[in-house]
Design a protein around this ligand. Structure first.
Ligand SMILES: Cc1ncc(CN)c(N)n1
Length: 235
């Protein structure tokens, strides 16, 4: 049987028990960096962000988060169907529950910035990303693959916004709360818990599933880049 390069690599990791997610972040560091150090994020960090861009991101992300809720619920259902550690389900349930606060936060923030959430028209990049999420909700998508996407999605925001809070940043005061929402230590710890879940799943997975999860990881990063790109410009 001929193995593809990615499969050989997956096999290598399986025998060495290396942390696969860290190796992916290194292997795909270029697109990972594009997703987590995007000009939109850097403009928040250095204080040069313009309010139309921020408002556009806010409105589009509200729509995205509404689509993210059923996706996370589907990951939770998949986790419950695994005969595994129940603490995994508690972590995912915690994430799902926190989306309720997140939606409230978006509504309050939108009202502060005078963004009418009911009149936001989802842009193409957002629709594409939401339809990708929907495709991952199908029952035939394995838990390992779906939870990989979940971890990657949360990690991009955590890594991006925590970068805005690091020493030397000049974030505008009115954006500090936004950065804290995803850049705080608690959210960082939650992403680490998700990463541990993913690595444990990958250690038990077949090479096919590992390769599938890696492709999903890359696809998430590509969608995240497109999402930030979309935020540039007028509402
Ligand atoms: C596009 C996007 N990616 C990630 C997240 C973090 N849940 C978000 N709110 N929006």
């Amino acid at each position: 049987m001929e193995l593809e390069a990615s499969e050989v690599e997956a096999e290598k990791f399986k025998s060495k028990k290396t942390n696969i997610t860290d190796s992916w972040m290194k292997k795909h560091s270029s697109i990972y960096k594009e997703a987590t150090r995007h000009p939109f994020i850097l403009s928040i960090r250095d204080g040069t962000i313009d309010s139309p861009s921020f408002k556009k991101w806010l409105g589009q992300d509200y729509i995205y988060v509404r689509a993210f809720v059923p996706f996370v619920a589907s990951v939770l259902v998949k986790a419950c169907n695994e005969l595994d550690d129940s603490s995994d389900t508690d972590i995912i349930l915690g994430g799902l529950a926190s989306l309720n606060d997140e939606i409230t936060w978006f509504k309050e923030e939108a009202s502060k910035w005078e963004v009418s959430l009911t009149s936001v028209v989802p842009q193409r990049a957002n629709l594409m990303y939401c339809s990708f999420l929907k495709s991952l909700m199908r029952s035939e998508i394995e838990y390992t693959v779906a939870v990989t996407a979940f971890w990657a999605i949360e990690t991009v925001y955590q890594d991006s916004f925590s970068h805005c809070l690091e020493d030397g940043s000049k974030i505008p005061e009115e954006l500090r709360e936004t950065c804290q929402r995803w850049g705080n230590n608690g959210f960082g710890q939650y992403c680490h818990f998700l990463q541990n879940i993913v690595d444990r799943c990958l250690e038990k997975a077949s090479i096919d599933i590992i390769a599938k999860a890696e492709r999903v990881f890359i696809t998430v990063l590509e969608h995240e880049v497109e999402f930030w790109n979309m935020s540039k410009g007028e509402i």
